[in-house]
Design a protein around this ligand. Structure first.
Ligand code: ADP
Ligand code: MG
Length: 471
């Protein structure tokens, strides 16, 4: 009997090998052991639940073809899945899936309740490297209108990971709005208050690299065993998985199993799931299962509080006028603010200089130059003219038509915000106008932003486009 099923399976393998390529063959089919054949049904043993799911999700047509060729038109497959608890005292057991080949999909959303959750005990929560930075905490995360929802959702998750309906928790927002800080704060909080929980923070780069390594070295089993032991999985900047089909596939499986076993998943992204491109629909729909919350750019008061908090943490008091000056002037993002503050701290502690407005201005001048080094007037003019679909030369020139004048004023406004040019030099770049024209332009743009919401959002959108270039 055993010989029979081995021969039959070898025949199947020949068909499979032709269709799937050498690498997939050795990863997914070599480890399979044929167990028995009864009538039209061949039973194969696969090394894990994940393995079984992967086969069912990716190789049903190939398996069908092979089975039908070897066993006839009614040929079917049964799986015997080894479930290893990771505990050497408990030998692996097998679970049978009688309706193989596509049944997993047919029976619903891929989270079929008959699957038992798997617990692997090999990782030690005390010694596992969570990749958390202990400096990111809730205590030093300043609350503001810009992040209130995300922060309270984060706190709720930190108190009861996996139990709230915020699973997954998906936080999104632009560069430097505090996504990484917040998700790390959640991780740190859980690690401190629930030391038996395994917490893991990974950015997409860690995840992708580990996955590709595992794939190349035929260690996928270890890879997923590792991830399935985690109680809180934080995946930062998930947008970078766009277009990476296999990595997404793997994440999809890990996500499903964690979610189904009541484990918490937290993700961050630079945009809401509905705007994410290059993702499988089924993965995007998972992202929306729990709570999606955005973090916005901090307002003036929040920036001010962040500045004070950070300086206090380093034992430095900063005069209010300096803090206000910085909160007004650093309008790119909080990461740049961090650079400016670090430089001030350096001056204050090592060079023993007093932090005053002059020092702040000097530091800012140097740093802002770096930040903005590659945003040129040309780039702003080109981006603005393309955005408003007006002729670039006309915009830079003297044409007085309203549809040209407004884009021109907007371009001047961004030149003031994003370059070091004086008003006079900005005027030079727009057909030799003088500085009072530039001031007038800046005022008009600000007025229009106050009264016209559409205009305001256009300007903000443009601002984002330009900032993207700066980061
Ligand atoms: P993102 O991941 O959204 O790009 P980060 O979390 O890396 O942003 O934040 C950039 C910097 O700003 C970090 O140093 C972070 O500590 C700080 N930061 C952002 N938001 C806050 C906040 N609300 N309170 C305190 N610091 C903040
Ligand atoms: Mg980040």
């Amino acid at each position: 009997m055993v010989a029979d099923c081995t021969t039959l399976w070898n025949d199947c393998l020949e068909v499979i090998r032709e269709s799937v390529g050498e690498e997939n063959y050795s990863t997914w089919f070599k480890p399979i052991v044929p167990v028995q054949v009864e009538g039209d049904v061949l039973t194969i043993q696969v090394p894990s639940q994940f393995f079984y799911e992967w086969l069912e999700d990716n190789y049903v047509p190939v398996l069908k073809k092979a089975l039908q060729k070897v066993l006839g038109p009614n040929g079917r497959l049964e799986y015997s899945v080894i479930v290893d608890s990771g505990n050497t005292n408990t030998p692996p057991v097998t679970v049978h899936y009688p309706n193989g080949m596509g049944s997993r999909r047919a029976s619903g959303n891929g989270l079929d309740s008959e699957y038992s959750p798997f617990t692997y005990k090999a990782l030690n929560p005390q010694t596992v490297n969570s990749r958390l930075n202990p400096n990111y905490t809730f205590d030093n995360f300043v609350e503001g209108d810009c992040n209130r929802l995300a922060r309270s959702a984060g706190l709720a998750v930190a108190k009861k990971p996996g139990v709230t309906s915020f699973n997954p928790l998906m936080l999104y927002g632009g560069v430097g709005v505090g996504k990484t800080h917040l998700v790390q704060a959640i991780g740190n909080e859980i690690r401190n208050s629930m030391p038996d929980k395994i917490v893991l923070y990974v950015d997409q780069n860690d995840f992708t690299t580990q996955f590709l390594n595992a794939l190349q070295n035929h260690k996928l089993q270890d890879f997923q065993n590792f991830y399935l032991q985690v109680d809180l999985l934080i995946l930062d900047d998930v947008q970078f998985l766009a277009g990476r089909e296999k990595t997404q596939e793997m994440f999809f499986h890990i996500f499903n199993q964690l979610h189904q076993s009541g484990k918490q998943v937290i993700m961050t992204s630079d945009c809401p799931p509905r705007d994410m491109k290059g993702f499988q629909e089924r993965l995007l729909s998972r992202f929306k299962w729990g709570l999606t919350a955005d973090l916005q750019e901090p307002d003036f008061e929040t920036k001010l509080a962040i500045i004070h908090r950070k300086m206090q943490a380093d034992g430095i008091t900063i005069p209010t006028e300096v803090a206000e000056y910085l909160a007004y002037s650093v309008d790119t993002n909080l990461r740049d603010m961090e650079g400016v503050l670090n430089s001030l701290i350096f001056h204050a502690t090592l060079l023993k200089k007093e932090i005053d407005l002059d020092l702040a201005k000097e530091v800012l001048k140097n740093i802002i130059k770096e930040i903005q080094a590659d945003v040129s007037v040309d780039f702003i003019q080109k981006t603005v003219s393309e955005y408003f679909k007006v002729d670039l030369e006309a915009m830079k020139g003297k044409v007085k038509k309203r549809e040209i004048v407004i884009p021109r004023q907007v371009a001047m406004y961004f030149c003031k915000r994003y370059t070091q040019l004086t008003l006079a030099l900005i005027g030079e770049n727009f057909g030799g106008r003088d500085h009072s024209t530039v001031i007038h332009a800046l005022e008009s743009v600000e007025d229009m932003m106050k009264t016209d919401a559409n205009f305001k959002s256009s300007v903000e959108e443009l601002g984002k486009k330009l900032k993207l270039r700066m980061n």
